[in-house]
Ligand binder design. Structure first.
Ligand SMILES: Nc1ncnc2c1ncn2[C@@H]1O[C@H](COP(=O)(O)OP(=O)(O)OP(=O)(O)O)[C@@H](O)[C@H]1O
Ligand SMILES: [Mg+2]
Length: 502
């Protein structure tokens, strides 16, 4: 099949057409920013992407005349409309030479016809597979986008956008695709840290038997598994107390290994500290700090995570963190289970996994000190080492500027939806290798549900119209007015009920 629709003619300006860019006059309303276009004969076509569309009109370039005519009301008598035409700026991406796609060393000639790229052309350009997970259609082209899962998540994925742009929606489309994988496709396990119950609806969907939701508030963590560094950061331990704790933990570890005994209770640990021969001051300081650790209800000497809930092929394990107020507690849960599961994955005890972290800037912040970023180390470690063990990350954030550059720069795949904040755009441009300055300019103009995809799965950035979700979210999104009305009605009802008894 060949591109059929003529949409304009290549024109000249001071420095184009050149090997990077060309301009063409528009004669079709169908043309949109982001469209791929081709110029040339059947077997040799220059391919480019429209990066900007302008209107121009020489008539309106003479400011003095226009100002004069508009003040005297004479402008209607002049044929200004006839001078008005559209211009599209195209970034050249390469040359289709028969079945091959090559670099382009010569620009198109002025006066050549420009066509909309056909499906066949686009498949050659983007190098898309026939099979794979289905995320939606290429924006403004009627082409289904299928991607190889390993190329999308294998080297970690970041989903970045401002609030309300469709990050969680896109992620739930991805989850649906994972839930529909068959054994013969290779099913991975998925672990989701869900801050706002964005995914708990899956439990009430057609996929319910593949989904497990764990209420974060009910979880208890084994203090020994948190490790000395985490406890020291949490409790702000001085170097002497930290050293003493190291000594005790080393002793407990050896005992556990030799005798298989459980983690000592806090009381037993306190006794061990009291018996140690270090000076009284250090012992008192450590005892005081550990007493505050004991005060946390979610910390104990054993965890209550059931063996049956371990990540399993084709299943999704959701940690619902929405009812926990303390960020510290949420970070500790993320740290604890990531360390546990990463370790299990290294020993091949759980299947290859994808870990989805919503609000990732809260769990892996760039600038916070260690005591306010308790899950940062493990996330950065997985970002650096996870791919070797097929333990992949999907970081979701509406504030990329606050997200650790170490983690973000390890995410080879990026799904970027609408972002308008210039600091966030700048941060993405600096931390992502695959994004260029022309693609960055598209991001503020994206509509809800449209995304820019970058990564090893395609030679060039792809603009995607995210497909509709198959499962229904139960959550009803209310407006502030609806909520306010309901609040007042409830108050009135309460008052009336109270009056009945007075
Ligand atoms: N592809 C889409 N098709 C249809 N509706 C969509 C699509 N993407 C997003 N929406 C709608 O837009 C709204 C916001 O989407 P979503 O909750 O995914 O945003 P978000 O980026 O996760 O926001 P936040 O940062 O607040 O979590 C939702 O009501 C959702 O239904
Ligand atoms: Mg969201």
């Amino acid at each position: 099949m060949q591109a059929v629709e003529k949409i304009g003619l290549v024109v000249a300006n001071e420095d184009s057409p050149n090997t990077n860019y060309f301009l063409f006059t528009l004669n079709s309303e169908k043309v949109k920013k982001g469209n791929y276009v081709v110029v040339g004969l059947e077997n040799k076509k220059i391919v480019g992407q429209i990066i900007e569309i302008y209107w121009t009109n020489r008539y309106f370039k003479s400011h003095e005349i226009i100002a004069d005519l508009s003040s005297t009301g004479g402008i209607e008598n002049f044929p200004t409309e006839a001078w008005s035409y559209g211009l599209a700026k195209v970034k050249i991406v390469g040359l289709i030479n028969g079945e091959k796609f090559e670099r382009c060393f010569f620009p198109p000639k002025c006066g050549e016809h420009v066509f909309l790229a056909s499906v066949v052309d686009l498949k050659k350009v983007l190098n898309l597979p026939q099979k794979g997970i289905y995320l939606g259609k290429i924006l403004h082209h009627d082409i289904e986008l299928r991607l190889e899962l390993s190329k999308l998540i294998g080297k970690h994925l970041a989903i970045l956008a401002m609030s309300g742009a469709g990050k969680s929606y896109f992620c739930s489309v991805l989850l649906e695709e994972l839930l529909e994988l068959k054994k013969e496709d290779g099913r991975i396990a998925t672990i989701v840290f869900d801050s706002h119950q964005d995914y708990t609806f899956f439990k009430n969907s057609q996929y319910s038997n593949l989904v497990e939701v764990i209420d974060g508030k009910s979880l208890k963590l084994n203090y020994f598994n948190l490790g000395v560094n985490k406890i020291a950061a949490m409790l702000d331990l001085g170097s002497r107390s930290r050293f003493l704790l190291y000594k005790l933990f080393r002793y407990i570890k050896q005992k556990k290994k030799k005798e298989g005994c459980p983690t000592p209770t806090f009381e037993e640990l306190f006794e061990m500290i009291k018996k140690d021969e270090v000076n009284k001051k250090t012992k008192a300081a450590l005892l005081e700090a550990l007493a505050s650790l004991k005060g946390f209800k979610f910390i104990s000497n054993k965890d209550n995570f059931p063996k049956a809930s371990y990540p399993a092929p084709g299943k999704i394990l959701i940690f619902d963190l929405s009812s926990i107020d303390s960020l510290e507690q949420k970070q500790l849960i993320v740290h604890y289970f990531l360390a546990k599961f990463f370790n299990a994955r290294k020993k091949n005890k759980i299947p290859p996994s994808l870990v989805i972290i919503e609000e990732a800037h809260n769990f892996c912040p760039e600038k916070e000190k260690a005591s306010a970023a308790l899950s940062r180390d493990i996330i950065n470690t997985i970002a650096r080492e996870g791919r070797k063990f097929f333990f992949c990350l999907c970081l979701i954030s509406q504030r990329p500027v606050h997200l650790s550059t170490t983690a973000l720069s390890q995410c080879t795949s990026n799904v970027i939806l609408r972002i308008t904040n210039p600091n966030d755009l700048d941060h993405i441009a600096k931390s992502s290798e695959s994004i260029d300055s022309d693609s960055i300019k598209f991001i503020p103009g994206l509509e809800v549900g449209n995304a820019l995809l970058l990564g090893d799965f395609s030679r060039f950035p792809i603009f995607l119209e995210v497909r509709k979700r198959k499962s229904q979210e139960q959550k009803i999104s209310k407006t502030i007015e609806q909520e306010a009305k309901e609040f007042e009605e409830k108050q009135n009802q309460l008052e009336q009920e109270l009056n009945l008894y007075l």
